[in-house]
Write a protein that binds this ligand. Structure first.
Ligand SMILES: NC(=O)C1=CN([C@@H]2O[C@H](COP(=O)(O)OP(=O)(O)OC[C@H]3O[C@@H](n4cnc5c(N)ncnc54)[C@H](O)[C@@H]3O)[C@@H](O)[C@H]2O)[C@H](O)CC1
Ligand SMILES: [K+]
Length: 488
């Protein structure tokens, strides 16, 4: 699903105005969507306390306040700043509002009221003043329900970051398309339930204004998933190679291998150091085993061109061997995870050189710590959010970057960005990342392009966790993967 950044939404507004759409009409529909949400959600509320800011978000608030008054609701209205300074549509909305307001400094939350937060939306530019932070924390502590207009004030629609303080809303009513900040953390947790309301901007304008941000879901990758046909042969379904660590560290790779097989790879082989062969052989059945002691053995194995993708990293060990193996594998579809990433902490440029020049076919799956090891300057830049960090990293590495977390972001060097939001909290468990690497490897092995494989991997991983339920262990995940044929 296409998401629009606040900047892109502003562009959509301008394009809409240029094509003859009345911008005040958009504001009226936005305000009415908010008043309708209030009436639907809180029919027994004693009062609406409407807090209006100095821009068009405030304009939506004035429209909502007047509509609620007309519907018979008791409304208390509060302005931030002097409403005589309002401009354009917001000024018109203020003038059309028959309620006398007070300065927002006078506002005190009281029991039984529902607060409509129309202070700031897409136009939030800087951290809120101390006085506003104080007001917001009083409202949050009072725990009366808040309906946020467009975004909870204080949340950046671009990054999901809190600018000083932010309302914890029970509901957020946004317009036309959700924004990245509705799904990125901590923004997602401040939004409550999100409603996206159509105020009448045509789809073609939204697409023209929109860029690379998407909510991750089947619309991004379903058509690139492998289809199982009557003639599917196990070699046509690809052969995934997963590299294992030593005798006491093979569990992670076994989890990846099982996940790769469950995702539909025709064959999966665990490549093991010879001293781990017996241990691993005792633990696997459908997964095959191959002793690969060193780079020479790896080069020989790689002559088999039916080997269609690889996973390296889980439990592999950090160091020279990992670097040498990656250098042998760099031209093939590869998921580089965990120790495979950390092995390049001292020389990330060596990894980027290996991956440069070709179509991106490697998926890097760093969590926050691993991301900072490979991209220290990008990780430390507080001026940009997670999607932009992932995008810059993908561009630098010429790889798909799947930046893990409760709000995993997947980015491609060409600027495509997907924000994944289907992972339940109980997915954060030991070995979960190894399973994710295996799912992506299984899809790469079947010929799914790297960006789509990474998006599908993150989404399938989240779905498997939901199906397995709370209390799952990583071993449960592969058994709960939904069938690919049902993903649409
Ligand atoms: N197509 C749509 O989605 C429509 C959206 N509408 C609403 O319009 C707002 C965006 O309006 P805009 O005027 O651009 O921005 P804001 O109202 O969010 O705020 C701008 C206003 O606030 C000042 N400001 C910014 N940051 C701060 C700060 N930290 N402290 C103090 N003041 C700040 C800034 O200088 C401006 O004066 C969108 O969210 C929707 O709610 C339309 O109504 C309909 C079309
Ligand atoms: K708001």
């Amino acid at each position: 699903m296409l998401l629009l950044t606040p900047e892109e939404m502003g562009r959509a507004d301008r394009l809409a105005a240029e094509s003859g759409i009345d911008s005040y009409g958009l504001m009226i529909r936005a305000g009415h969507a908010v008043s309708a949400a209030f009436l639907r959600l809180y029919p027994a509320a004693l009062r609406a306390d409407v807090l209006c800011g100095p821009g068009n978000n405030g304009g939506d608030g004035y429209i909502a306040a007047e509509a609620l008054k007309q519907a018979g609701v008791e409304v208390a209205l509060f302005h931030l700043g002097d409403p005589e300074n309002l401009k354009g549509d917001a000024r018109r909305a203020f003038q059309a509002c028959s309620i006398d307001g007070k300065p927002v400094e006078d506002y005190r939350p009281a029991a039984g009221a529902v607060i409509i937060d129309a202070l700031f939306g897409a136009g939030l530019q800087r951290p809120l003043s101390d006085a506003l932070c104080m007001l917001i924390s009083q409202v949050n502590e009072a725990a009366e329900p808040v309906i946020a207009v467009d975004l909870p004030s204080g949340i950046s629609g671009l990054t999901g970051k809190v600018q000083g303080a932010a309302f914890s809303a029970a509901h957020t009513v946004t317009f036309m398309r959700a924004k990245p900040g509705h799904f990125l953390l901590p923004g997602r947790e401040h939004c409550g339930r999100l409603d996206v309301f159509d105020i009448g901007i045509p789809q073609r304008i939204l697409e023209e204004a929109g860029g690379g941000h998407h909510l991750n879901g089947p619309d991004l990758f379903a058509s690139a998933l492998p289809a199982l046909t009557a003639s599917s042969h196990k070699f046509r379904r690809g052969h995934l190679g997963v590299f294992s660590g030593g005798p006491s560290a093979s569990g992670a790779a076994r989890l990846s291998a099982t996940a790769g097989l469950r995702t539909g790879a025709g064959l999966v082989t665990l490549a093991v150091p010879p001293n781990a062969a017996m241990v691993v052989a005792n633990q696997v059945t459908a997964v095959m085993l191959k002793a690969v002691p060193d780079v020479a053995a790896l080069d020989e194995w790689l002559e088999d061109k039916r080997l269609s993708a690889f996973v390296l990293g889980p439990g592999f060990g950090v160091g020279e061997k990992a670097r040498a193996f990656v250098s042998a594998l760099a031209s093939r579809p590869l998921v580089l995870d965990a120790d495979g990433i950390s092995s390049f902490a001292d020389e990330p440029d060596a990894l980027f050189a290996l991956l440069s020049g070709a179509d991106p076919h490697c998926v890097l799956t760093p969590h926050e710590g691993e991301f900072a090891r490979l991209f220290p300057d990008i990780a430390a830049d507080d001026n940009i959010g997670k999607p932009e960090k992932a995008r810059r990293a993908a561009e630098r590495a010429n790889a798909i970057v799947l930046y893990k977390g409760a709000d995993t972001v997947i980015a491609a060097p060409d600027g495509r960005i997907a924000i994944n939001a289907n992972a339940p909290p109980w997915l954060a468990t030991a070995g979960s990342g190894d399973v994710l690497a295996g799912i992506i490897g299984g899809l790469l092995a079947q010929g799914t392009p790297a960006f789509e494989a990474a998006c599908a991997g993150a989404w399938l991983h989240g779905q498997a966790a939901k199906r397995a339920g709370e209390g799952l262990t990583a071993e449960d995940l592969p058994n709960h993967l939904p069938p690919l044929s049902g993903v649409s």
